[in-house]
Ligand binder design. Structure first.
Ligand SMILES: Cc1ncc(COP(=O)(O)O)c(C=O)c1O
Length: 368
């Protein structure tokens, strides 16, 4: 499909934290001829995808593929691995979602909450886990509402160093992190790390992926009611045949196959470095205009920058102005942060030149 067929005059460049920009060739990849999910062509497709996903997750373990958004696999993570009680670590609106999910599933839980904008530290987590009553902890790699990246590697190491550390399931939501922010599933000894297609993967929404450790698979066997659609054991059984138990989102799998090639051709290290460079450009722009980061700079996210609206600019007016120039950023998320903060996302396939284009437009707005 050509860009003109796609109604490119409606294209608004997305500097929002998902969905993110999707390249025309990736959009086009979705228009391949349809295949049945029990045909060998589909098994070949999943067979091509799986080793590439493993590289992106830095794992030799299984990476399950679901036709859902990230929230589906958050629910899967808790339903498959929590037998006793889970500690939810909350530092913003999306980490709060873990709490909502476990409550909705009637799973015993406790909350460790810090002021929104702060990070969760290893010390806080192990202090709470030391009571011995938990068998799982829910972590958020990249809190999209505040622009904070939590130190998952350090938190996981501190958990594993506890006397019962190997019995604790470490569940990581990296919906707005993975592939833009470093996450090494095996080396960091995580149990579940999940993400969605519409963020740093720069794909349309509709797919979610999660790496699952052998420890988590063994734990799932001991949980009687894991549900059906997101049952890790069933998903894994089918994945071994390069299939999914239910009908997969075939068109999105075509796009994923091509996008993974592009991601690995860039190289994960280069991809992380590009995201850091875009993050630094956003921080420099903010500082240059007297905006403060909501996050402590040491934890500033490589994929989304959340700025306190200290100059009290009219954010809807800014976005209306930006739309006129074919781009959009995000207001703060939720009642607590809307208009008090705003967010500039820099994830997926965006480049520094895109950031420069955005900052020039924002400068023009601020200049009045
Ligand atoms: C950190 C985080 N977790 C979870 C979600 C929910 O993901 P989804 O909308 O893909 O279900 C989001 C969405 O923005 C997010 O940013």
């Amino acid at each position: 499909m050509s860009d003109s067929t796609r109604n490119s005059n409606k294209h608004i460049k997305l500097f929002i934290p998902g969905p993110t920009e999707v390249s025309p060739d990736i959009l086009n990849a979705q228009t391949e001829w349809m295949i049945g999910h029990r045909m060998p062509e589909c098994a070949e497709l999943i067979g091509r995808i799986e080793p590439k996903l493993q590289q992106v997750f830095y794992t030799n373990k299984r990476v399950l593929i679901a036709a859902s958004s990230g929230t589906g696999l958050m629910e899967a993570a808790v339903r498959n691995t929590v037998g006793k009680k889970i500690l939810n670590t909350v530092c913003g609106a999306f980490s709060h979602r873990w709490r909502q999910i476990v409550e909705g599933n009637g799973i015993a839980n406790d909350v460790l909450e810090v002021e929104w904008g702060q990070a969760i530290t290893p010390e806080m987590v192990v202090e709470r886990l030391a009571t011995g009553s938990f068998d799982a902890v829910a972590l958020t790699h990249n809190e999209t509402s505040t622009g904070v990246t939590n130190p998952i590697q350090e938190i996981a190491a501190a958990i594993r160093a506890l006397p019962n550390g190997d019995d604790i399931m470490i569940l990581v939501d990296s919906v707005s992190g993975l592939s833009g922010v470093r996450l090494e599933f095996d080396a960091w000894d995580l149990d579940v790390a999940l993400t969605g297609s519409q963020k740093a993967f720069a794909l349309p929404p509709g797919l979610a992926f999660c790496a699952v450790s052998d420890r988590a698979m063994a734990k799932a066997k001991s949980i009687p009611h894991r549900g059906y659609y997101f049952d890790f054991l069933l998903l894994d059984k089918y994945l071994q045949k390069n299939q999914t138990p239910a009908t997969p989102a075939v068109s999105l799998l075509y796009a994923l196959d091509v996008q993974l090639d592009r991601m690995l051709a860039e190289g994960m290290e280069a991809r992380f470095a590009r995201h850091l460079a875009m993050r630094d450009s956003a921080i420099a722009w903010a500082k240059g205009h007297g905006f403060q980061l909501l996050a402590d700079e040491a934890y500033a996210s490589p994929t989304v920058t959340c700025l306190a609206n200290s100059l009290e600019i009219n954010i809807p007016a800014l976005n209306a102005f930006l739309r006129g120039r074919g781009m959009i950023i995000s207001n703060g998320y939720g009642a607590k942060l809307k208009n008090k903060t705003f967010r500039i996302a820099h994830m997926g396939d965006l480049q520094l030149t895109d950031m420069e284009e955005l900052f020039a437009a924002m400068d023009a707005f601020l200049a009045g």
